[in-house]
Design a protein around this ligand. Structure first.
Ligand SMILES: O=P(O)(O)OC[C@H]1O[C@](O)(COP(=O)(O)O)[C@@H](O)[C@@H]1O
Ligand SMILES: [Mg+2]
Ligand SMILES: [Mg+2]
Length: 350
């Protein structure tokens, strides 16, 4: 699909063969785009009969404290999915999948509001979505829909409520970026077939968890921090927005790597991010843009989810840098033997 177009023209070109599954995907993306406008309105008003960032006193299926905006965003996406050819709906905010339109051919999983902890601080937040084929033989109508590997996704993406209202989308033919234009009253493409640069000098990780990480991650970050005086022989920059959509958008725009590894804190044995509605859609966007997405051993998109809210260690971004991180995971002790040369008393300390 060459050239920059409106989202509408892009979707029409994608479904021009009249393939019923493609037509259903297109209708669902249109519905998600409508939801994004409504969520954007709520976010920019900053009010929802009260403070949108306020805690509701409830927790979601995963035990996270829910904010008013988490729940409102979920209601908005769900209402739009009821109007789309979607048979099964799953969300971070609900315990189990819901059967919607029994005639529908798709299953949609969503993180309706990603980056909840940033609502009060006016930092970018977003809505992540994953579109899968509906598994029609599921006993309860939705049972096996979300047990499919991410490789089965027909489309995936996210909306970001930042300085711009933007949408990052893949339908399996590259990764594309659209920005909402008030002038045309719709999304306008700004980047076609994004390619993430394979090399980078920028990493994103929550450094406050350093002491809890496994050796492989600690040694990798140590080597980056030593910059031009260390084994990497160049300086690195660090970013951590604590909003997956915003960290992903930056990596798509200018490269970099993101790490949310497993760690030794209670409840973080598989990291923090959820496989079905966070890691899978982001992984598809990243792979479609020439990057890599892994749990430290295997590609994210090949994992078979054991449960809807399953967590996964998540490392993704610039291909060559992710491959390097994988080598640290394969043989951390081997890399560790070399690391003392670059420590405070090491031979090569500058
Ligand atoms: O606060 P931490 O531990 O750095 O975690 C930040 C991560 O948690 C998340 O906020 C989790 O998403 P939710 O806000 O949807 O629960 C990610 O967006 C972000 O990458
Ligand atoms: Mg999230
Ligand atoms: Mg969320």
């Amino acid at each position: 699909m060459a050239g920059l177009s409106t989202l509408e023209a892009f979707l029409r070109a994608y479904s021009s063969t009249e393939d019923p599954q493609r037509l259903a995907v297109v209708e669902t993306i249109r519905a998600l785009a409508r939801a994004s406008r409504q969520i954007r309105d709520v976010v920019s008003q900053g009010q929802l009969g009260g403070d949108i960032g306020a805690a509701r006193g409830s927790t979601n299926a995963d035990g996270d404290r829910q904010r008013f905006l988490d729940v409102r965003a979920d209601e908005i996406v769900l209402a739009e999915m009821r109007e789309a050819p979607v048979a099964a709906y799953a969300s971070e905010e609900i315990g189990s999948p819901i059967l919607l339109n029994p005639e529908g051919v798709l299953a949609v999983a969503t993180d309706p509001l990603d980056g909840s902890s940033n609502i009060d601080t006016n930092v970018s937040i977003g809505t992540i979505f994953s579109i899968l084929p509906h598994a029609p033989n599921a006993a309860d109508g939705v049972g096996t829909d979300f047990a499919q590997p991410g490789r089965n996704q027909l489309a995936a993406g996210f909306f970001i409520y930042g300085p711009q209202l933007a949408m990052v989308l893949t339908v399996g033919e590259g990764t594309h970026v659209f920005v909402y234009s008030h002038r045309i009253g719709g999304y306008q493409q700004i980047l076609d077939g994004v390619l993430i640069s394979p090399n980078t000098n920028e990493f994103a990780i929550n450094m406050s968890n350093y002491r809890h990480w496994d050796e492989a991650v600690r040694i990798y970050i140590d080597d980056c921090l030593q910059g031009s005086a260390g084994p990497r022989a160049r300086d690195f920059n660090m970013r951590w927005i604590a909003s997956l959509v915003a960290d992903t958008y930056r990596i798509i725009a200018r490269g970099g790597v993101f790490l949310y590894p497993r760690d030794n804190r209670r409840g973080y044995g598989e990291g923090r991010l959820r496989l079905v509605y966070e890691a899978n859609p982001i992984a598809m966007l990243i792979e479609q843009a020439g990057g890599l997405a892994t749990d430290g051993g295997f590609p994210i998109l090949d994992q078979i989810p054991a449960s809807l809210h399953q967590r996964t260690p998540f490392i993704f971004g610039s291909k060559k840098e992710v491959e390097r991180i994988l080598r640290y995971h394969e043989a951390p002790s081997l890399i560790g033997e070399r690391a003392p040369l670059f420590t405070h008393r090491g031979l090569f300390r500058v």
